[in-house]
Every structure is written in structure tokens, then in C-alpha cells.
Design a protein around this ligand. Structure first.
Ligand SMILES: [Mg+2]
Length: 288
């Protein structure tokens, strides 16, 4: 990422320009509000809390999509109820996704929640299996039982292992992350791999780098904006000055979309006054 940023500054071009993207329609990135895990103290505690929060994200900020990280260790019936309650709350007005993030204990739990996702027409069902979410055979078997598209691969690194996931028919969307899949170059390789297989790439988490990557891809649907919660806000340091660049709930425009920077390199200067005033330590990387 740093090398792409330096190259962009050298050539006076933003990263999405160097990647050949940023064409008409891709300078606004549609976002899903991606929640924290459920809690037990009145924030995201009941299924209706998720439904209310989805509505607030839509009505206050314009979000077109909403992804829940549910509870860890709670009754599976509450998870099923949340999947259905959110759809009841928002009707057909939002795309919905579910990411248990490996919280479910048994195949039966995975299946029961997956069937609720089918009933409520979820956009994807992500990393449901306990144990790392690495099994190709478990996911390809799950695909025989439910119709909601699967998204897995967040915990599997790099180009070749993800090619194997696709070949094994273990996932319907391809997860990519510039922090763990070989930087911006690695993410763009995954985009091409997915495209060649008729699949879409969904980027894991947000960053300026991911805004540039997504602006350069034809085959990507949603930007992950998170994590968000009805009682938690301003949970990221304001290192860029303007909050529109740091992925807060209110960083989106009235249609729930984020902008792509147009400056050179990553395209947004760091606010060194703020960073210096909040410095707690320093590490110097030096060669030679
Ligand atoms: Mg996830």
C-alpha cells in the first residue's frame, strides 16, 4: 500500500487511476453498515434492536445495505429471530447480510440460521462455521442445503488458496483484504481471478486503499463500513481531519455511499497536527 501511495505521488495520479479504474459510476461506493457483535446490555441485545438499528441506518444515513454480526454463545433461536426481524423491519428496502464470524457450535446451528437467511432473502451468509471457517468441503456441503449465497475466505490468505476455494465450489463471493492478501496488488489479482470465474469480490473492512481498489473493479458490490453500533460512535481516530475519510456511520452521503479520493496516491493527507498531539510512541524502520 505504501509503495502504491509513493508511486501515485511520484506520477501525480491517484491509485484508482493507476489501476485503470474510477470510471463513470464507480466514484461513489455503496456501503453496508456492518455492526458490532450482539451484546447483553441493551445496545444490540434483542432481535428487534437489530431491526431498529437497520431502520436507523437507512432512514438517518441512507444506507442501502446492513450486515449483522450476531451474538457469540447465545441461543441459536435468538439468532434466527434476528435474521427474520431485520427483514420484517426493513421490508425489501435493504440488502441484508449475516456474518456469525465463526460463532455457531454445530452444523445444525449453521443450517437453522442459513434456512432463516433463505426465508428472509439475505444477500450472503458469511463464515458461519466454528473453527476458523477454513473447510472447503464443509462449505460446499452447506451449499447443497441452503440457497443463500455463501461468502467465505476472510481467514484464508492469498491468491492460490482462494483459487482452490472457487474450484471446490466452497464460496459464491470471493473475500479479499489488502492487509492480508498481498496489498493492493494482491487484491487486484483476486479481483481478476474472481472475474475469470464469473464471481464478485467483496472487500473485507474499509480503508482508503479499499476505496481505490473497489473504484477500479467491475465485479464488487458493497463497501464494508464498520464496525457500527447504536450506542457507540466516533470509534476511530480522526487522522485525516475530514470524517468522510475514516468510515464513521455518518461518513456516507445521503444515499449511503462513500467517495473515492482523487488526490495523488492514497489521495488524502494525514492530519499530522492531530497525530503528533496524540503520539504515544514511535517506531523507526531504517535500512542499512
Ligand atoms: Mg467477516
Amino acid at each position: 500500500m505504501a509503495l502504491w501511495d509513493i508511486a501515485g505521488k511520484l506520477y501525480g495520479a491517484s491509485i484508482h487511476e493507476m489501476l485503470g479504474g474510477g470510471g463513470q459510476g464507480r466514484m461513489k461506493l455503496p456501503c453496508y453498515a456492518s455492526t458490532y457483535h450482539g451484546d447483553e446490555n441493551g445496545g444490540l441485545t434483542r432481535p428487534e434492536d437489530y431491526g431498529d438499528f437497520a431502520l436507523a441506518c437507512r432512514d438517518r444515513f441512507g444506507y442501502p445495505a446492513f450486515k449483522i454480526h450476531g451474538w457469540v454463545g447465545g441461543p441459536i433461536s435468538r439468532e434466527v429471530d434476528a435474521v427474520l426481524a431485520i427483514r420484517r423491519a426493513v421490508g425489501d428496502s435493504m440488502a441484508l447480510m449475516l456474518d456469525p464470524a465463526g460463532a455457531f457450535r454445530t452444523f445444525d446451528d449453521v443450517l437453522r440460521v442459513g434456512r432463516a437467511c433463505d426465508e428472509a432473502n439475505y444477500f450472503w451468509y458469511e463464515d458461519a462455521f466454528r473453527g476458523g471457517g477454513l473447510s472447503q468441503s464443509a462449505h460446499s456441503k452447506l451449499r447443497e442445503f441452503i440457497k443463500t449465497p455463501l461468502l467465505m475466505g476472510e481467514h484464508i490468505r492469498g491468491l492460490e488458496p482462494k483459487a482452490d476455494l472457487i474450484t471446490a465450489r466452497a464460496t459464491d463471493y470471493v473475500r479479499a483484504n489488502s492487509y492480508t492478501d498481498g496489498g493492493i496488488t494482491g487484491v487486484m489479482k483476486l479481483a481478476a481471478l474472481a472475474e475469470a470465474n464469473g464471481l464478485d469480490v467483496e472487500l473485507h473492512g474499509g480503508s482508503l486503499a479499499h476505496r481505490h481498489c473497489m473504484a477500479s473493479m467491475r465485479n464488487s458490490n458493497w463497501y464494508e463500513l464498520g464496525l457500527v453500533h447504536p450506542l457507540v460512535n466516533a470509534n476511530k481516530p480522526p487522522i485525516y481531519g475530514d470524517p468522510k475519510w475514516i468510515d464513521l456511520l455518518e461518513s456516507v452521503d445521503s444515499k449511503g455511499c462513500l467517495d473515492v479520493p482523487t488526490g495523488a496516491g492514497l489521495g488524502v493527507p494525514l492530519d499530522w497536527d492531530w497525530i503528533s498531539a496524540h503520539r504515544t510512541g514511535e517506531v523507526v524502520y531504517a535500512s542499512g
